[in-house]
Design a protein around this ligand. Structure first.
Ligand code: WQD
Length: 332
């Protein structure tokens, strides 16, 4: 299929583009490099031996996006593009609503205009808020603690309504848990612009001496070692989940939400210790106070992805920490 990938030079987008091309799909990317770098395109080529078609543009620029639909016969869209920093969204909510929702409206209008009726949306486990039970199933209550998460949930609701109104429209809402790791080649990795908020990039910074130590946000939670539990999933497994979802979306209608997680939960200290043991490096850290809004434990019920897509995560926490550091070292 000819697949349009919004935000395709980002962390998850770029890994997904590599797997799409490995699966024989033709890829068209648009991105504005808000949270990625242009050299990712060369790295995709070095891994895949093929170049995706690329347009540098903002998803709110309707004329620029229309040109993409005119120049390419698009069969499906995978929509990654959007601001994703939780804490930034609390400080700048309007920027998040205007960009994430506004861009999605433009994309949906053009999909309708050009008869493109298959969409995979990059959603997030953040729509579960602080889940009461783990593993979390897709029918768990949905609510959000921050504007970023609310944009994800609002877009999910919009897509459910559009699919309900148009029986030809097929949507899969992929709810990611905690994507980490990097492509085994070391060429693609999580490389956010600015200061990272997420755990793994901070672990790497501490391991490389770029920060004096990692702050562990609380060890007084009701978990096996007092630190929070999360469902870390290798970004390559996550990318393959999108390719599997694409085959499903081609033959279905309506909208369905599906977890992409491993079904396993690891604590912060377990991740740090695994990182140190596998990579034979030290990660200096100190326990500090809890971070506002953190959930003690979030990990996926991953059964629906297996049932619908025949997909399940295969890579281990050891693979994740090894590939994460290799990717960081490859870039120096
Ligand atoms: C994981 C654990 C922290 C940093 C967020 C978003 C979610 C999704 C994934 C986009 C927590 C602890 C972290 C640090 C720490 N993003 N931690 N020291 O919060 O589970 O999810 O990223 O879709 O939407 O909410 O991920 O990596 O920030 O934190 O101790 O310097 O690591 O307290 O327990 P989170 P995270």
């Amino acid at each position: 299929m000819n697949v349009l990938v919004s935000g395709g030079t980002g962390f998850i987008g770029s890994h997904t583009v590599v797997e799409l091309m490995a699966g024989g799909h033709n890829v068209i990317i648009f991105d504005n490099f808000y949270n990625s770098k242009r050299d990712v395109l060369d790295k995709i080529y070095r891994i895949s031996g093929r170049r995706p078609v690329f347009y540098e543009c903002d998803m709110r620029d309707e004329d620029a996006l229309r040109r993409i639909f005119v120049e390419n016969d698009i069969d499906a869209v995978i929509h990654f593009a959007g601001y994703k920093a939780v804490y930034e969204s609390v400080e700048k909510p309007l920027m998040y609503y205007e960009n994430n929702l506004g861009g999605t409206f433009v994309l949906l209008r053009l999909m309708k205009e050009f008869g493109v009726s298959r969409l995979i949306f990059s959603s997030s486990a953040t729509v579960y808020g602080i889940p009461e039970h783990c593993p979390v199933k897709e029918d768990a209550p949905l609510y959000c603690l921050n504007p970023y998460g609310r944009t994800k949930l609002m877009i999910e609701d919009i897509l459910r309504d559009v699919a309900a109104a148009d029986s030809s429209f097929s949507v899969v809402l992929l709810r990611y848990f905690n994507p980490v790791g990097a492509h085994p080649s070391g060429l693609l990795r999580e490389d956010p612009n600015g200061i990272p908020n997420n755990l793994m990039p901070r672990v790497i910074q501490a391991a490389k001496g770029q920060i004096p130590r990692l702050s562990v946000f609380g060890d007084d939670y009701d978990t096996r070692d007092g630190t929070c539990i999360r469902d870390y999933i290798h970004v390559v497994d996550l990318a393959k989940g999108h390719v599997a979802a694409l085959d499903y979306v081609a033959d279905s209608t309506g909208a369905v939400a599906v977890n992409l997680g491993t079904g396993n939960g690891y604590t912060v200290l377990e991740l740090i210790n695994t990182f140190m043991n596998v990579n034979h490096v030290n990660v200096p850290y100190e326990i500090v106070g809890r971070r506002e809004g953190d959930s003690p434990s979030v990990y996926a019920d991953a059964a629906l992805a297996k049932e619908l897509f025949g997909w399940e995560a295969k890579l281990t926490l050891e693979d994740m920490v090894r590939d994460a550091l290799r990717g960081a070292e490859a870039d120096g």
